[in-house]
Design a protein around this ligand. Structure first.
Ligand code: SF4
Length: 215
């Protein structure tokens, strides 16, 4: 499919998903004026469900309610609290180092550029894009497992699994201001209809008329 056709397809998908999921949003809960919490949650969400992360952070923040408290917390204490999310040791170390850097370099604020975000411990492109899009309203494409699976099935990308490459390809065909919300909607659609573990429900899919069904 030519680049022009892919752009047309992307616009159709954006419109159809907007109609099907008008209220899609990030499923990690955090206060918009406490962006550091999103950084903590997104680190904990690796190989863990968002629902479990949302429960675990409540207890974590009861003990350590702000950047300063979390930066000062012993790593072992953080590890005990985040243990239910799996990979407790490495997640606790990253969270501790990240909060220390926020305190020391950014006066406790979360930076708003890709370069600065990527310099924070435990923050990769996916997390950085999530912060840029959700917290700062900047153009962002979050290539999580749903985005990658659906982009390939729909035909927005062809046989690309590597997150950074999918992101690069999507940037070519998705209007910058649409990227962030499109990704939230792909997550919702990937959970509800175009599922990973069962056969996708193409017969009830709002994208059925345009999707390339690369299954
Ligand atoms: S038509 Fe099928 S493969 Fe395409 S997005 Fe819908 S459920 Fe997924």
């Amino acid at each position: 499919m030519s680049g022009k056709k892919k752009k047309e397809l992307a616009l159709q998908v954006i419109q159809l998903l907007k109609e099907a999921y008008p209220n899609s949003d990030c499923t990690l809960t955090y206060d918009r004026d406490q962006a550091w919490k999103l950084l903590v949650s997104v680190r904990l969400a690796a190989q863990c469900t968002d629902a479990r992360v949302n429960v675990v952070v409540e207890e974590l923040y009861r003990h350590f309610p702000d950047v300063e408290a979390l930066a000062n917390a012993p790593v072992e204490e953080i590890e005990k609290l985040v243990h239910p999310c799996g990979l407790g040791n490495s997640k606790a170390r990253d969270i501790s180092a990240c909060m220390k850097m926020l305190r020391e370099k950014y006066q406790g604020r979360v930076p708003d550029t890709m370069e600065e975000l990527l310099s924070l411990p435990g923050v990769g492109r996916k997390s950085a894009n999530l912060v840029l899009g959700d917290v700062y309203g900047k153009p962002a494409i979050v290539t999580d497992t749903h985005c990658i699976r659906l982009s390939n099935r729909i035909g927005l990308v062809n046989g690309i699994k590597e997150p950074a490459k999918v992101e690069k390809e999507l940037w070519k065909i998705v209007p910058p201001e649409e990227g962030n919300e499109l990704c939230h909607r792909l997550v919702d659609h990937g959970r509800a209809v175009c599922t990973a573990r069962t056969k996708p429900h193409c017969e009830e899919c709002c994208l059925s008329g345009v999707c390339q069904k690369n299954l």
